[in-house]
Write a new protein. Sequence first.
Length: 192
Amino acid sequence: MIPEHNQSGVLPPFLPGSTPASPGSMAPYRVSLLHVAQRFGINEVRIRILNGLVAYRSQLRKEGISAGFQWVDGSFVEHSERVLGRPPGDVDIITFAQRPKQYRDPAIWRVFVHSRPDLFDPTQTKKQYLCDAYFVDLSTDPLFLVNQTRYWFGLFSHQRETFLWKGMLEVPIGADDADVCAFLDGGGEYGS
């Protein structure tokens, strides 16, 4: 379930009527990408961003990156049209995933990552897919993993300009997104 925006135009950091001490009611909220599309695919710009996200996820899966999840955030999950007076320019994504078997060796993985800036360089992913995308390797040392999670959660759970505490979404990466494609091909909410 994706909660309604609060009065500040952001997803609440925890469900209304609950407390941050209740882990099940705290962000990131686990949802399907179809629910994200149905909720946020409200205009042409957002549908274009969602199509980019679907294409990005498809490329990750083609490379065998499917065991994990993504945090979805940024102005894309905010009511930016009302609060900022403009639609979002992209979607912020953190992919938490295990390396595919063929890349278990760290040296092979590093070569692969450097060979695919379209998947691992945020400047390129933003240009190609409208995704400000980052990757956290779940196959890495636990201490590094905890540090990376702390960093990204701290960054994603607050607005950059106002420092307002806010919520985010979590979607599984393994789904093939056929239902999302069908929804977007139908024009989403924009086409209704």
